[in-house]
Design a protein around this ligand. Structure first.
Ligand SMILES: [Zn+2]
Length: 283
């Protein structure tokens, strides 16, 4: 035992001088990375957007998955070539990381996984942190499902305790196929997950979310805005249930009626755009 230890010591002494430059290199690299992180956070705090949204873009979709995006998902077709590559990477990563589970005899298809991932990645496309860390499972029912949360039928639900996003496929499909009725259960539920994440995390996207959300709340206290809300009845009544429902409904309107939203409530629109860092496809 003793001899073995001695040998090890001798050996490491012999090797150490040779390794020294590498050790310095690693320390210096670590320090550069640390400085970069400080600069990245400073940049995000000052300019209200991430310095880099993507470091690496390497994952590719299969040709069948890509065909679903190009034929079914109009947002994808409005992106530049570079943005398309980023979007594909994110959708591929989302599909591989989340567990999709069919409920009530529903069989999961590639159309379902790709389109649900696409809606989630669209909402988070302006973010660096796009993957929804609070969601592990995507449960899909064929249609409206009975929820024990309030003993009622739901089209969608975000259940943080179960780490699950629950969707009725019928309503999810209608949500994005009818693109101008301001009803989009996919966007709605993903926004719940994003907002809850922003209250728990301190990453640069969560900090920006919280800051812009406060701006939106402040805007809602202005008498002029209150009058405009009453007069136009632009947002459906459900938005005023609580802060979470308000943000979820706001996100639906942002994607489905951007022009009207911007015209009637320009400040709230701009804060929502900043909150999502959404500068794509004409938004
Ligand atoms: Zn909701």
């Amino acid at each position: 035992m003793f001899i073995l230890n001695k040998n090890l010591v001798l050996q490491s002494e012999a090797v150490a001088p040779w390794l020294a430059p590498y050790a310095y290199g690693i320390v210096i690299l670590g320090f550069i990375f640390f400085l970069f992180r400080i600069f990245e956070n400073w940049y995000a705090a000052n300019f209200d957007k991430p310095l880099f949204r993507n470091y690496l873009v390497f994952k590719k979709l299969s040709s069948a998955q890509l065909a679903i995006l190009t034929t079914e998902f109009s947002f994808y077709n409005k992106l530049s070539e570079k943005q398309k590559k980023q979007f594909e990477h994110r959708v591929a990563k989302f599909v591989s990381e989340k567990k999709f589970v069919g409920r009530g005899e529903l069989e999961i298809t590639e159309l379902m996984t790709v389109l649900i991932a696409a809606v989630g990645c669209m909402l988070s496309f302006g973010r660096k942190n796009y993957i929804y860390s609070l969601i592990e499972f995507i449960l899909i029912y064929p249609e409206e499902f009975y929820s024990k949360v309030n003993n009622d039928y739901h089209k969608g639900e975000f259940n943080p305790r179960e780490r699950a996003l629950v969707l009725s496929w019928k309503d999810f499909e209608e949500g994005f196929k009818i693109s101008n009725d301001n009803l989009n259960v996919g966007i709605h539920e993903f926004m719940h997950a994003m907002q809850l994440e922003s209250t728990k995390n301190r990453d640069l996207d969560s900090i920006r979310f919280t800051k812009q959300f406060q701006n939106i709340l402040k805007e809602l206290t202005r008498q002029e805005v209150k009058n405009q809300l009453d007069k136009t009845e632009f947002f459906r009544a459900y938005a005023f249930t609580n802060q979470y429902e308000f943000m979820a409904v706001l996100a639906e309107y942002f994607f489905e009626s951007p022009a009207d939203f911007k015209r009637i409530f320009p400040n709230i629109y701009n804060y929502t755009k900043k909150l999502l860092n959404f500068n794509f496809a004409g938004y």
